[in-house]
Design a protein around this ligand. Sequence first.
Ligand code: DGY
Length: 418
Amino acid sequence: RHEMIDHARLVMRDNDRGTYTVPTHGLYPFQWNWDSALSALGFSHFDEARAWQELTTLMAHQWADGMVPHIIFHRPDDGYFPGPEVWGTGHTPPTSGITQPAVAGFAVARIHARAHDKVLADEQARALLPKIHAWHQWFYRCRDPQGTGLVAVLHPWETGRDNSVDWDAAFERVPTEGVAPFTRRDTTHANPAHRPTDDQYKRYIWLVQTFRALGWDNSKLHDASPFQMVDPGFNAILIRSCNDIADLAERLGLDDIAVQSRDMARRGLDAMETLWNDRLGQYACLDRTTGDLLDSPSIGGILAAFAPIPKARAAALSQRVEVLSHSCNYLVPSHDPTSPDFEGLRYWRGPVWLIVNFMIADGLEQAGETAMVPRIVGDCLALIEDSGFAEYHDPITAEPCGGAHFTWTAAMVIELLY
Ligand code: DGY
């Protein structure tokens, strides 16, 4: 155990750039939004000040409208595509123009709750909460213009689950015409068989070019996008963060934030019910452009356990994880291994991700549905022991995939072992 923690700390130290961490050297040489928030959990066990710094740096690059970008390009590095010139957001330092799962609110609340330095924690939480709250309000204002209670993502990169099977049908409607020629860089750092396809990349870039042509104006992007996906996992993270910062704001006497956050969480939770897919026995994505509830058995619908969903739903998701345990060796695969679309090595089409496992396990535990939790946690540690601190792993063979020496993987090991 001590050896594993020491190794994890070494990984985090190597990727530490002083005020922020990079996910891994080479493949991802900048600051990523949800990577940072989850990595802060790891830091908080051995350096609380550094954990707060990670979150403070992230929130310092919030846009005036409340959006918190998914990449902050602190220092130039031409080893990554698409770089600042492709995004063209006009920010200094440059940032991307889309967001990522709103896990920062949860991270602030969790780190505050277990902080040893209470004075520092109160001071940091007071500074961070208004910013995180403005981000949450941005989500419901700009990504739920009809007031359904659920937000849509406009780009697969926003979910973090870049090449999930969930997007396949919708991506058929995202064109590739007019995409400027480009050279991918990710496939020089990672095995191309573990990464999205060239065809998917063209569509990713088509969306970026289209949003850029609209001046990254978030009052226009939602309705203009041919890709509007309501992802249960993404919404669950936002709901959990709203609920957790409502608790924390109450404790700190920040009454407006508390009341408004509780209200957003409640409306989100009510609306989550519309994403329940009885046939799959889990939540599923809703394609807002067609109105279809998808039949895709991906991890997005299980990650919904992270929100304070009704007890019966949490029990059903625990049961779903149990069923998945019969078709893989390491829980929780990002796509159902019995589905014909499953690919064990390819990014979000099958591999296991420790960060997702952590959120599912935490949610099930909060709900009192603990039957599968030891198995999920045990599988995380077994993967690291067998195959190292990889970005993700094959759920059947444990083969390490994507980038190596990965910050948030290390952070999760620390979080699970402490
Ligand atoms: C990438 O470049 O693969 C990232 O996931 C996009 O944020």
